[in-house]
Design a protein around this ligand. Structure first.
Ligand SMILES: [Zn+2]
Ligand SMILES: [Zn+2]
Length: 151
């Protein structure tokens, strides 16, 4: 945790930003909830526990800054809510998501799996792929299990 905060601090410094206490509280919440896909309001409520004086606008600006610096990715699963997701350290590409249409669970795939597709895109459209967003919508293993038990 501390080493990751340290590295994020360096990333901010490299872009001439400081890790203020408010920014640090926001980063800590994101690290503590790495598996989750929190909205700005979710982050705000969690940060408020650590830094009661913080305002939603500050949290929002911090999230936008972290997005700009590619420390977090902003995603939308089609429900109109922007969510913030920490990027895996050293990951060249954003991870993929599996969104369950039954229970709403969001699972992650960290492997890229798309090398072949990227090569086709680069060749056929002469397009240099820098990143991608991939969200699968379907039924998760938990809902699948539940279904087979009821049968
Ligand atoms: Zn994610
Ligand atoms: Zn499910």
């Amino acid at each position: 945790m501390e080493t990751r905060i340290d590295r994020i601090k360096k990333q901010l410094h490299a872009a001439s930003f400081k890790l203020t206490p408010q920014r640090e509280a926001t980063v800590r919440v994101l690290l503590e909830h790495e598996e989750d896909h929190l909205s700005a309001e979710d982050v705000f409520l969690l940060v408020k526990d650590k830094a009661p004086e913080i305002g939603l606008a500050t949290v929002y600006r911090t999230l936008e800054l972290l997005t700009e610096l590619k420390i977090v990715d902003k995603i939308n699963f089609g429900d109109g809510v922007a969510r913030y997701d920490l990027r895996q350290e050293g990951a060249a590409h954003f991870h993929h998501h599996l969104v369950c249409i039954e229970c709403g669970a969001v699972d992650e795939i960290q492997e890229d799996l798309l090398e072949d597709v990227e090569q086709v895109v680069e060749k056929r459209w002469n397009f240099l792929v820098k990143d991608h967003r991939l969200t699968f919508h379907g039924i998760c293993w938990r809902c699948n299990d539940r279904g087979s038990v009821e049968e």
